[in-house]
Design a protein around this ligand. Structure first.
Ligand code: SF4
Length: 188
């Protein structure tokens, strides 16, 4: 898997190890979205990046879906949620996105947190629209992206933050939860 860790060093100037935190790579300015754009969040880079070792990942481009690519929606299909093309419903990428979550979970057992793009069919956390089977209406807006759903199966307590929560209170709480998780892992 081709990835890039955002800091060249995983230690601070005082020699402490920075906790490993995954991030939707579009949030740090990588132009990996379906439309070839990014969603750079300066606050994330200024307030969070200095305290952690960021691991930028784009599950859709890692899954070989290309940049740009056709947009995908999540649909409720019986008791399953599937990811299908908005304009080409025959295109089903459910397995690819779930597999990316499983691979990342296995590859990075030291993950201490994750920062996510909301509403994404891959990266959304309690924020992704779930459509009915023919995508004609939204059933609810609290779905998890399929990549995130798999990560949560592996790490049910992983601290999560999304782009709608980049305010001082949420950031402080997130960093504290990340720090505590890192400490617990050191003592295991
Ligand atoms: S899959 Fe995730 S990281 Fe990639 S563009 Fe969509 S929201 Fe960003």
């Amino acid at each position: 898997m081709q990835t890039q860790v955002f800091h060249t060093s995983n230690t601070t100037l005082t020699g402490q190890t920075r906790p490993l935190v995954g991030v939707s790579s579009c949030l740090i300015g990588m132009a990996v979205r379906y439309d070839g754009q990014h969603k750079r969040q300066p606050t994330l880079l200024e307030r969070i990046a200095p305290h952690v070792q960021l691991l930028p990942l784009c599950p859709e481009s890692m899954a070989g879906m290309g940049i740009p690519r056709g947009p995908v929606n999540l649909i409720q299909d019986g008791d399953q949620v599937r990811a299908v093309g908005r304009d080409d419903p025959e295109r089903d990428v459910t397995g690819r996105l779930r597999t990316m979550g499983q691979i990342v979970g296995r590859t990075y057992p030291a993950l201490c947190g994750y920062i996510l793009q909301s509403r994404s069919p891959s990266c959304g956390y309690h924020s992704t629209p779930i459509f009915n089977a023919d995508q004609s209406s939204v059933l609810h807006n609290q779905g998890n992206g399929l990549f995130v759903a798999e990560l949560l199966l592996r790490f049910p307590d992983l601290p999560m933050l999304d782009d709608r929560q980049l305010d001082p209170d949420h950031i402080t709480l997130f960093l504290e939860n990340v720090r505590q998780r890192a400490q617990r892992m050191q003592h295991e």
